[in-house]
Design a protein around this ligand. Structure first.
Ligand code: ATP
Ligand code: MG
Length: 157
C-alpha cells in the first residue's frame, strides 16, 4: 500500500541511531518530487534495518553512515553507504548465499542470513539489490524499484 518513505526512513534512522557505536552517525537524506511509494512497508523496513545494521556492525567508531532515498518518475532507489571494513573481492560473489560470511569479519558476530533475507524480500517487491565495496574503505548497498514493473512502485499526488 501507499506510504511515505521519508517518514518511514526518518523513524528507522532514529531507532538505529540508538544502537550505533561511539560517534557513529547516520545521516538520512531524500531527494525527489514525492516521497509516496506503493510497496510492502514491512518488507521494506526489514530490508533497510538489515542494511543499516550491517553498516553499523562492519564499520568503526567515529564514522558516518549515509542513508539516501530518491524517488523519480522511473524508480525509487535507496542506498546505505558506510566507511567500514569493506568486502574482499573474492568474497563478493557469495555474499547473498545463506550463512556466508566474508573472511574479514574477525570476531564481529553474525549468522550470514541478513543479506539473503534482504534479497528475497526485495525480490518479492520486484526490487533489485546491488552493492559496491572496497576493502578497508567502505561499502554501498542499493535497492532499486522500477516504476515500470506491473506492481506499481510510486504515485504522484
Ligand atoms: P546476520 O544474519 O546477523 O545479518 P551477517 O551480518 O554476518 O549476519 P549478512 O547481513 O547476510 O550476515 O552479511 C553477510 C556478510 O557480508 C557479512 O558476514 C559480512 O562479511 C558481509 N557484509 C555485509 N554487509 C557488510 C558491510 N556493510 N560492510 C562489510 N561487510 C559486509
Ligand atoms: Mg547482517
Amino acid at each position: 500500500t501507499h506510504f511515505d518513505v521519508v517518514k518511514l526512513s526518518e523513524e528507522i534512522t532514529e531507532e538505529m541511531q540508538m544502537i550505533t557505536k561511539q560517534n557513529q552517525n547516520i545521516i538520512y537524506e531524500h531527494t525527489g518530487l514525492t516521497s509516496m511509494v506503493i510497496l510492502d512497508q514491512n518488507l521494506l523496513k526489514n530490508c533497510i534495518i538489515n542494511l543499516i545494521t550491517n553498516a553499523i556492525k562492519y564499520s568503526g567508531e567515529n564514522t558516518f553512515i549515509e542513508f539516501n532515498s530518491e524517488v523519480t518518475e522511473e524508480e525509487y532507489i535507496l542506498t546505505v553507504r558506510d566507511n567500514g571494513i569493506g568486502i574482499p573481492d573474492a568474497d563478493q560473489k557469495h555474499l547473498f548465499q545463506p550463512f556466508f560470511r566474508a573472511h574479514n569479519t574477525g570476531n564481529i558476530p553474525g549468522t550470514g542470513l541478513g543479506l539473503n533475507i534482504v534479497r528475497r524480500y526485495a525480490g518479492l517487491m520486484n526490487g533489485k539489490v546491488e552493492f559496491e565495496s572496497i576493502i578497508n574503505k567502505g561499502t554501498t548497498f542499493t535497492i532499486s524499484f522500477s516504476s515500470n514493473n506491473e506492481k506499481n512502485i510510486h504515485s504522484y499526488n
